[in-house]
Design a protein around this ligand. Structure first.
Ligand code: PMV
Length: 361
């Protein structure tokens, strides 16, 4: 794939009058089987599967015009943000072979998230995939309308999103995506994600995700540092074997609608992710006391009511509650009466399985 996109990259002269604006929104995603540990150039140590979200998304506009050299400005929620801009600029420079036309452009990037800045929700998957969609559209405008159907290549978008932020590879597909090569799914790849939309039972197509904000603070250890600590983690080989097994069994459960297996794997994966952090060197804990209180309450609620509500965690203290749409009323009542008390300022986000990125223009 890399060779194809290197060959296809637009290397011509950018016309003097080339200018315009593109805009894309892209969703965040929450992994069920987690990607934790990488190798080579942003390749995963094990395959992962995620739900694509809907309410948690990034909206990114890129204004472009011909320039003598690459020139880049990044604004986040109306304010110029040099720190985040530097991260994107590094991604572009590291991967300039894929985007040679950028050397002749001035880019002004304006991005915002639909979820609150201090909610502790990771935005790299949504923001980087939205930005990559903009870049691919700019390239397609340069190449001209005659070469394609007009639809942007989502496989290519997933590949470049992965280079920017691993989990972003999964954000370009609706409902659910699988990233990472596994024998259990034909066509899967370490280099880009594939859509699972057509391989899931109808119950998962409308699944709900209520995100309980336990803390909005910035994480004490970044995901980048967390991935790096997996290199010397003595449990890493067992973890990668277990993740592969979980992928196989979860794919079967997603297809058949087996909620017991879904819950079992999803909760075990969340706890394994945090267990790996606790046995890294140095060790660290990202869960908070209220994370554990919520987990306890959720398991008790499920035992008592037999409602198939389960939890997952990202690399942070906030809890994602996953459940079928048909249980929405009962679970919302439970959240409001028992769980909001554990949330920072009572905050939670009602999200659900969502669609693919959309053009904003
Ligand atoms: O995409 P990154 O490098 O921010 O890593 C994401 C890792 C987890 O969110 C913890 C798991 C996942 O698969 O999304």
């Amino acid at each position: 794939m890399e060779q194809i996109w290197l060959n296809e990259a637009y290397k011509g002269e950018v016309p003097n009058e080339f200018q315009g604006k593109v805009g894309w929104q892209s969703p965040s995603n929450i992994a069920l089987v987690k990607y934790w540990g990488k190798r080579g150039k942003q390749l995963p140590q094990n395959p992962s599967i995620s739900f694509t979200l809907s309410e948690c998304r990034s909206e990114t506009f890129v204004t472009f015009e011909k320039a003598k050299q690459f020139n880049f400005q990044f604004f986040f929620e109306g304010q110029e943000n040099p720190a985040f801009g530097a991260k994107i600029e590094k991604f572009l420079l590291d991967n300039q072979a894929f985007f040679p036309f950028l050397h002749q452009l001035h880019l002004k990037v304006e991005s915002r998230n639909t979820f609150p800045h201090s909610s502790g929700i990771a935005s790299s998957a949504s923001s980087m995939s939205a930005f990559v969609m903009c870049l691919i559209e700019i390239e397609s405008l340069l190449v001209g309308p005659s070469t394609g159907s007009g639809a942007l290549d989502l496989c290519k978008a997933s590949y470049f999103s992965r280079l920017a932020s691993g989990s972003a590879a999964r954000s370009v597909f609706p409902k659910m995506a699988l990233w990472g090569a596994t024998e259990a799914y034909a066509g899967s790849s370490d280099e880009y994600a594939v859509p699972l939309e057509n391989d899931i039972h109808s119950v998962f197509r409308t699944y709900l995700d209520s995100i309980l904000i336990v803390s909005g603070e910035t994480k004490s250890v970044s995901s980048r540092a967390g991935h790096a600590l997996m290199v010397d983690n003595p449990y890493a080989p067992a973890r990668y074997a277990q993740a592969n097994e979980n992928i196989k069994n979860l794919l079967a459960a997603l297809k058949s609608g087996d909620l017991d297996t879904f819950i079992n794997i999803t909760e075990s994966e969340a706890l394994q992710l945090h267990a790996l952090m606790m046995c890294s060197n140095p060790s660290y804990i990202l869960m908070k006391p209220n994370t554990l209180r919520i987990i306890d309450e959720v398991r008790q609620f499920r035992n008592e009511t037999h409602i198939p509500l389960c939890f997952t965690l990202d690399a942070g203290p906030n809890v994602h509650l996953l459940y079928p749409e048909s249980e929405a009323k009962k679970v919302e009542k439970f959240i409001k009466s028992e769980l909001v008390t554990y949330c920072n300022q009572g905050r939670w986000i009602a999200d659900h399985v969502g669609d693919w990125p959309k053009s904003l223009m």
